[in-house]
Design a protein around this ligand. Structure first.
Ligand SMILES: Nc1ncnc2c1ncn2[C@@H]1O[C@H](COP(=O)(O)OP(=O)(O)OP(=O)(O)O)[C@@H](O)[C@H]1O
Ligand SMILES: [Mg+2]
Length: 351
C-alpha cells in the first residue's frame, strides 16, 4: 500500500450517524469524533472444553489526546480486547460481532495488509511482557530500524541515527551502546523502554500500553509512567493504559473503564470513579486496594472468582454470582445506564 492509499487517520470524519455507546447524542451540538470507537464487540475462543465467550458486547471510545485506563482482574479480557483490535490473536480466536473505527478506519473489516499498515504506525502497542515481545536474537537498535523502515520514509543512511534518537527519547542511558545490545543484555526496565521507543518511533496517534510497568521496581515504574505522560503531552497522543493496578490508573488516566469477565461494567472520569463507584464490582475492587480502602484493616477481597467463560448458562450479568446486591432483575438483559457526567454503569442495582 502506498502513502496515498494508506488509511491515514488524520482529520478523518466520523461515519454518518455513528454515536458512541457511551455518549448521549445532543442534536444541538456537533457530534464529537472519538479517535477510537469500539461498539458491541464479541470475541470467542475455540478451546478444548468448548467455546469461551471472552468478550461479550464491549463498547468504548477514546478521544484524541485522552488517557483511558482499562482495569479489571486477571483474565477479565483486557489484553485480548486490544489484540483483537490489532488483529493479532491466535487462530482459535474469532470476532463474532461488533465494529471498531480508528479515526474512520475500519479496524475489523479491513484486509490484513491495510491493518498492518496502521498497526505500529498510527496505532502502537506496548505488550504485557516486553522481553517476550522483543526478538531475542536481533539487536534492539535493528528492531527499532525495522519499524522505521516499515512505516516511515527514513532513508537507510539515517536509520541508525533515528534509532539512537528513539532510545535517547525514552531516556535509556548510553543509547549509542544500547543500540547494539540484545534483549537478554538489558534489564526489565530497559526492555520496557525499548518497547516504548519502538512503539513511539512513528509518533502514533494512539498508544496502547498493556501493563507497561508490571514487574518493575517502584522508581522505574514512576519513570516509565512519567515518560509516557510526557510524550503524550508533547505530541497530543492518546493513551490506553491497561492495568490491574487501580492506583496507577487513578494517578495517570482521565477516564477509567472497569472490565469483569468480558464485560465493560463501569466507565467514569477517574476522580468520579474513585469518589462514587456505582458498580458493586468496582466498589469491591476499590475496597480491595490500599488506594480505595479506608484503612489496611478495612481491605477486603472481591468474593468468588471469574466464571468459566465456556459455560452456556452464564447469567446476562456475569458478576451476579459474586454480587451481594443481586436482584431477580439481574437475570434480565444487561443494560448500560447513563448516570450523568460521563459515568456509565452496567448494573440493575447500582450502589
Ligand atoms: N489463545 C487463547 N485461547 C483460549 N483462551 C484464551 C486465549 N487467550 C486468552 N484467553 C482467555 O481470554 C480471557 C481473557 O484473557 P486476557 O489475557 O485478555 O486477560 P487479562 O485481563 O489481560 O488478564 P491479565 O491481567 O492477567 O493480563 C481469559 O479467560 C483467557 O484464559
Ligand atoms: Mg493482560
Amino acid at each position: 500500500m502506498n502513502a496515498a492509499q494508506s488509511p491515514s487517520i488524520a482529520g478523518q470524519a466520523r461515519p454518518a450517524g455513528a454515536v458512541s455507546a457511551h455518549q448521549t447524542p445532543d442534536p444541538a451540538k456537533p457530534a464529537r469524533v472519538p479517535l477510537l470507537d469500539v461498539r458491541d464487540l464479541h470475541l470467542q475462543f475455540q478451546t478444548r472444553t468448548g467455546v469461551a465467550r471472552v468478550l461479550d458486547g464491549v463498547s468504548l471510545h477514546v478521544d484524541r489526546g485522552e488517557t483511558l485506563g482499562i482495569v479489571g482482574e486477571s483474565g477479565s479480557g483486557k489484553s485480548v480486547l486490544f489484540l483483537a483490535l490489532l488483529g493479532i490473536l491466535e487462530a482459535n480466536a474469532r470476532v463474532t460481532a461488533g465494529s471498531a473505527s480508528f479515526g474512520g478506519f475500519d479496524l475489523l473489516g479491513s484486509s490484513e495488509a491495510e491493518r498492518s499498515s496502521v498497526r505500529g504506525r498510527e496505532l502502537a502497542m506496548v505488550f504485557q511482557n516486553p522481553r517476550a515481545a522483543l526478538n531475542p536474537i536481533r539487536r534492539v537498535g535493528h528492531q527499532i530500524e525495522d519499524v522505521l523502515l516499515r512505516h516511515t520514509a527514513t532513508p537507510r543512511h539515517a536509520l541508525q541515527a533515528r534509532a539512537i534518537d528513539a532510545l535517547r527519547r525514552v531516556q535509556i542511558a548510553d543509547p549509542e551502546a544500547r543500540y547494539h545490545a540484545y534483549p537478554f543484555e538489558l534489564s526489565g526496565g530497559q526492555c520496557q523502554r525499548v518497547m516504548i521507543a519502538m512503539a513511539l518511533a512513528c509518533e502514533p496517534a494512539l498508544l496502547i500500553a498493556d501493563e507497561p510497568t508490571t514487574g518493575l521496581d517502584v522508581t522505574t515504574q514512576a519513570a516509565i509512567m512519567a515518560l509516557i505522560a510526557r510524550i503524550a503531552r508533547e505530541s497530543g497522543m492518546a493513551t490506553i493504559l491497561v492495568t490491574h493496578d487501580l492506583g496507577l490508573a487513578g494517578a495517570h488516566c482521565d477516564r477509567i473503564a472497569v472490565m469483569h469477565a468480558g464485560h465493560l461494567v463501569e466507565t467514569a472520569p477517574a476522580a468520579e470513579l474513585f469518589a462514587r463507584p456505582r458498580h458493586p464490582y468496582t466498589a469491591r475492587l476499590l475496597a480491595s486496594t490500599p488506594y480505595g480502602a479506608r484503612s489496611i484493616e478495612s481491605l477486603v477481597s472481591v468474593p468468588g472468582q471469574l466464571p468459566d467463560l465456556t459455560r452456556t448458562d452464564l447469567s446476562p450479568c456475569r458478576f451476579s454470582e459474586r454480587c451481594d446486591r443481586v436482584l431477580p432483575a439481574c437475570a434480565g438483559a444487561l443494560v448500560t445506564r447513563d448516570m450523568g457526567e460521563g459515568h456509565h454503569v452496567a448494573c440493575h442495582n447500582p450502589c
